[in-house]
Design a protein around this ligand. Structure first.
Ligand code: HEM
Length: 396
């Protein structure tokens, strides 16, 4: 699929974002390192994306969410992990990583089941439902609040603040009332934990009490890390759940195959992650001269690193990379959806766990689930970093 004229994919152009396949294919074929804006290079090929995300010495994560507009690292009261470079990043990641260890995540599964059941108990077969708002947004927010150790009585309020903040990302404004309210709330929770003996029970406790040999975090650092964890895994996981269900229902034979054989669930999730990357790209700033696909890049220039295009690259994934297939062989190429290298997503196992539990319970309770008559897939407007439909209407 090639375009009649060579219009470089621009990651912050809503029209390009809404229908990216042809432009990204064209970029991969004809111009793997394009320059959609002055000082910004767009990377389209799988191997370039992987090489750049591996080389953290030449590519900094500072200002990771700011291209034109967006939130600059200096505007924040402390550096969140996704915008940090080594050595600060190394120590912070070691501190946070223990909460995402497989054994601890396995312990989360009963709670995740309970949270998914809590949403689905209100639904009846034959009813209409809207998956994004009524299920996909509900589950990851509650799972993350439980994972952090935030009291359940506050979850609805937290969800409201998070919705307001998610609605304007990546243009986070630290003077917006919801940011102020959420960070003040998290500061209060952390202060209560810090004043009590360490329990080791949850992430908030870990942020309030350093482990042996760890330097204590300042209160402002602890708040920013708690804030990032509150938001990092919610709309991304909500997008995964919505995209996954859309692909399974858009061709109902896929849903029927899962009904007949639950062992296909992991393949369905991996293929959704590949085919529809919730976070479309990440940003880096060049700090050392390099060549990428024979194109020189200079210190100070920005790179928009397309996780989505890497996942659709025929060179890595074969001729049918653009198709959603339950039969895709495992391990064909490197999935870029969760990033790669030192910043690889810490929450990937938690996102996969939620997708599995949601699918298991929907298949069990609503085997006749289908798209609502007349449903049309429209990409969500105004979220150029995120891939998902604006809504997903179904009949249960
Ligand atoms: C489908 C869901 C998710 C997607 C697509 C996703 C995507 C990503 C990506 C692409 C990165 C790398 C950013 C970069 O290299 O600049 C990242 C980092 C991160 N993610 Fe996720 N994420 C998801 C779910 C979660 C969840 C559930 C959590 C935790 C509750 C989480 C926590 C984090 C953290 C803490 C980092 C920073 C890691 C670091 O900088 O070392 N994510 N995520």
């Amino acid at each position: 699929m090639t375009l009649p004229h060579h219009a470089p994919y621009d990651p912050i152009n809503p029209a390009h974002h809404a229908d990216p396949a042809a432009r990204l294919a064209d970029a991969r074929d004809r111009c793997p390192v394009s320059q959609p804006r002055p000082g910004v290079h767009f990377l389209a090929r799988h191997d370039d994306v992987r090489a750049v995300l591996t080389d953290h010495e030449a590519y900094s994560s500072v200002d990771n969410f700011a291209l034109e507009g967006g939130t600059r690292t200096v505007d924040l009261p402390a550096v969140p992990i996704t915008m940090a470079d080594p050595p600060y990043h190394t120590a912070l990641r070691a501190r946070l990583r223990r909460w995402f260890a497989p054994a601890l995540l396995r312990k989360q599964e009963p709670r995740v089941r309970e949270i998914v059941a809590g949403v689905l108990d209100a639904w009846q077969p034959g009813q209409k439902a809207e998956i994004y708002h009524d299920l996909a947004r509900q589950v990851p927010t509650r799972v993350v609040y439980a994972f952090l150790g935030l009291p359940e009585k506050d979850w609805d309020q937290l969800h409201q603040w998070a919705d307001a903040i998610d609605g304007i990302l990546p243009e986070l404004r630290t003077d917006m009332p919801e940011f102020q309210a959420l960070t003040r709330y998290l500061g209060g929770q952390l202060a209560v934990r810090a004043a009590a003996p360490a329990t080791g029970a949850d992430v908030l406790d870990g942020l309030a009490h350093p482990a042996d040999g760890e330097a204590p975090l300042t209160p402002v650092e602890a708040v920013i890390h708690a804030f990032q964890l509150t938001l990092a895994g919610t709309d991304t996981t909500a997008s995964l759940l919505t995209n996954l269900l859309y692909e399974l229902l858009a061709d109902h034979t896929r849903w029927e195959r899962l009904l007949a054989d639950r062992s296909l669930i992991p393949a369905a999730i991996e293929e959704s992650l590949r085919h529809d990357a919730p976070l479309q790209y990440v940003l880096r700033t060049v700090t050392q001269e390099r060549n990428i696909s024979d194109c020189p890049v200079e210190p100070g220039e920005r790179l928009a690193v397309s996780l989505q295009s890497a996942n659709w690259d025929e060179r890595a994934w074969g001729a049918h990379a653009a198709d959603y297939s339950l039969d895709r062989p495992a391990g064909q190429a490197t999935l870029m959806t969760f990033g790669y290298g030192i910043h690889t997503c810490l929450g990937a196992p938690l996102a996969r766990l939620q997708a599995r539990v949601v699918l298991e319970q929907l298949l069990e309770r609503f085997p006749d689930l289908r798209l609502a008559p007349g449903y049309r897939h429209e990409p969500a407007p105004d979220v150029v970093m995120v891939r998902r439909p604006a809504r997903l209407d179904v009949v249960l």
